[in-house]
Every structure is written in structure tokens, then in C-alpha cells.
Write a protein that binds this ligand. Structure first.
Ligand code: B12
Length: 213
């Protein structure tokens, strides 16, 4: 029987068509979509990233990795519980990346927050600190969520926290963060209000911080 580790390997080895087929097959076996995502797709990409860091893969491979993941993820997302359509979403969260064009993690966080009952205002990629603040003010948001998947963006995250302090809105906007190059320790040292290893953690943290049942 096909295993999630087979998908992990196919993603890591950039076998796009096979990876997509395997995703569908694993879902039809009734396996948990979040486990297929984390243990199959995300771990496969992490292995690819490790090869890139060891100079055993090139940028084009990262591009292909992104394409492979994007072939699998829509099937996984289709198996997530449905967004509670029609139910008013009381709390708003501004979500984006800083400096980086890596958006797969951000998009997953957005999907799960939305399913979790939050209105997600996705400001896309490569945002400056001011962009988060401006959008939060404009939309009356309750929280800011940042995806940091590229080390230089860590400095930008620190700048965002400083900006919110300078503008005296640090208490108004809890800030949560996650992404491949972050850790709980780093997030705490920067003064983030929450950090999540996985996209689904974002929902739990947002519910806790915004006191949503
Ligand atoms: C695919 C990929 C790309 C693709 C991205 C395609 C796309 N549309 O996103 C492309 C080709 C664009 C790319 C480009 C580059 N990449 Co790249 N890339 C990757 C790779 C292999 C996978 C990233 C990914 O999508 N992972 C899957 C997602 C789902 O994981 P994730 O983002 O971490 O998100 C999960 C969690 O972290 C969490 N999460 C994420 N955000 C948030 C936010 C909150 C609030 C919460 C709670 C949770 C959360 O939820 C997600 C699901 O659980 C990683 C390797 C790796 N280890 O991740 C390298 C990697 C991120 N890339 C890297 C590099 C160096 C680059 C380039 C600089 C390469 C180059 N020389 O040009 C450029 C950067 C361009 C730029 N300015 O952004 C490095 C970064 C190293 C570092 N320390 O900064 C990595 C780590 C590879 C490595 N090991 O060297 N890359």
C-alpha cells in the first residue's frame, strides 16, 4: 500500500505527476489531509531545501519544488473541512510575507485561518512593515500574521514590531509568526505574541489570543 513517505520522496525528487497522483491516492485511503500535507509535501520540500543548502540542488529545482507542491496542495485543501460559509467572521487577520516570494506556507495558513472562522486579509508577498500596519488600520483588523521563510526577513519582522511600538499600537495588534526559518525561541526573543511550527497552529494561537471559542 502507498505510504506518505512515498509522497515525501516523490516531492523531494520533483516527480510532479507522480506526487499529484500519490496525493490523490493517499486521500482516497482516508488518511488525514493535514498529515499528508505535513509529512508528505512539507517534509519533501524540506529535504529538497536541505539539498539546496548543501549545494546538491539548484534554484531551478526550488522552482520545480514549488510547482510540485502546488500540484498536490489543491487536492489536499479540497479534503479540508469546509469553510463555515455564511457564518459571519468576527475577527480579522492581516496576513503576508516579508521580503520573500515563498508563499506556499502563507497560503496554507490563510486557508486554515479562514476555515477556522477568521476573515483573512491576505496582503501577499514581499511586504514592508508599514504595509501590515496600513492594512490593519484600513480594515480594522484584530491581528497580524507574518510568514517568514527567508532569513533576511527576520530583520524585517523585528522592524515591524518596532514600528508598531513607535506608533503606539503594539497592544492593539497581537502579532503571530511562523515559517521554515523561524523558531519558538527566535519568535519570543523578537517579542512576537505567538509562533507556530505548522499552519494549523496559527488557528489555535489566533483563537487563544483573540479569545474566540
Ligand atoms: C519551494 C522553495 C522556493 C520557491 C518558492 C515557491 C513559492 N511560490 O513559494 C522559490 C523558487 C520561489 C524559492 C526561491 C528562493 N529560495 Co526557496 N525554498 C523553497 C523550499 C524548498 C520550500 C518552501 C516551501 O514552500 N515549503 C512548504 C511550506 C508549506 O512550508 P513553510 O513555508 O515553512 O510553511 C509551513 C510552516 O512553516 C508554517 N508557517 C509558515 N508561515 C507561517 C505563518 C504563521 C503565522 C504560522 C503560525 C505558521 C506558518 O505553516 C506551513 C505549513 O505547516 C524551501 C526549503 C524549506 N526548508 O522550506 C527553500 C528555502 C526557503 N529557500 C531558500 C532560498 C535561499 C531561496 C532563494 C534565495 C534562492 C536563490 N538563490 O534565489 C530564493 C528566494 C527568493 C525570494 N526573495 O523569496 C532557503 C532559505 C534559507 C534562509 N535561511 O533564508 C530555503 C530554506 C532552502 C535552504 N535550505 O537553503 N524557493
Amino acid at each position: 500500500m502507498l505510504k506518505i513517505s512515498d509522497l515525501r520522496q516523490a516531492v523531494s525528487e520533483l516527480r510532479q505527476k507522480e506526487a499529484e497522483k500519490m496525493t490523490k491516492e493517499l486521500l482516497s485511503q482516508g488518511l488525514d489531509p493535514l498529515e499528508i500535507l505535513e509529512e508528505g509535501v512539507v517534509k519533501g520540500l524540506t529535504e529538497l531545501g536541505d539539498r539546496f543548502a548543501a549545494k546538491k540542488a539548484i534554484v531551478l529545482d526550488l522552482v520545480k519544488g514549488g510547482i510540485t507542491a502546488k500540484a498536490c496542495i489543491p487536492h489536499i485543501q479540497a479534503a479540508f473541512p469546509k469553510d463555515s460559509e455564511g457564518v459571519p467572521k468576527e475577527k480579522k487577520i492581516v496576513l503576508g510575507t516579508m521580503l520573500s516570494q515563498h508563499n506556499i506556507g502563507k497560503n496554507l495558513v490563510g486557508t486554515l485561518l479562514s476555515i477556522g472562522g477568521f476573515e483573512v486579509i491576505d496582503i501577499g508577498e514581499k511586504n514592508e512593515p508599514w504595509d501590515f500596519y496600513e492594512k490593519a488600520e484600513e480594515t480594522g483588523a484584530d491581528m497580524i500574521a507574518v510568514s517568514v521563510v527567508f532569513s533576511p526577513a527576520k530583520q524585517k519582522f523585528a522592524e515591524l514590531i518596532d514600528l508598531l511600538k513607535q506608533l503606539k499600537v503594539r497592544e492593539k495588534y497581537p502579532v503571530i509568526v511562523g515559517g521554515a526559518v523561524t523558531s519558538q525561541r527566535w519568535a519570543e526573543s523578537e517579542g512576537a505574541d505567538g509562533w507556530g511550527a505548522q499552519a494549523k497552529d496559527g488557528v489555535d494561537i489566533a483563537k487563544r489570543l483573540l479569545e474566540v471559542a
